[in-house]
Unconditional design. Structure first.
Length: 139
């Protein structure tokens, strides 16, 4: 079970992770990963460095949100996919530092994927998103 303190709740948190995070897609999922290393100035700009941190500062553990649209299937299928993803992410949550925000979006292929396939796709997407970005060389 994913602890309540580690869940994304507001649309603002989701939007921030999707806009500022690194996006990587694999067969059944798309992962948006935003680490505090990616956005070092974001804490200072939002006022989180003050002596009395606000409630919207991301000084807690890693936070996770899930997006499973109707394109995946009906309510029963969507909830099954969400439960599977929640279980998979909860087991991997300890690998991420404080201030990390993760959004996992299920693709329609997730509806018929096995648990092992979801797990493999999630692991591959998280590994790719965690890799340092390549710098382009000037030609």
């Amino acid at each position: 079970m994913l602890p309540a303190a580690n869940r994304l709740r507001s649309s603002r948190e989701f939007a921030d992770a999707v806009r500022a995070g690194r996006r990587v897609g694999r067969g059944t999922v798309v992962v948006h990963l935003k680490t505090s290393i990616d956005q070092p100035e974001s804490r200072e700009l939002s006022g989180c460095v003050t002596s009395a941190p606000r409630a919207d500062c991301d000084m807690s553990g890693p936070k996770v949100g899930f997006v499973v649209s109707k394109a995946v299937g009906g309510a029963v299928v969507r909830n099954k996919v969400k439960r599977r993803l929640r279980h998979l992410v909860a087991a991997r949550l300890s690998a991420y530092p404080m201030g990390t925000t993760l959004v996992v979006r299920a693709l329609p292929a997730a509806a018929h994927a096995t648990f092992d396939r979801l797990s493999a796709d999630l692991d591959a997407a998280l590994a790719a998103a965690a890799r340092p970005r390549r710098t382009r060389e000037a030609s």
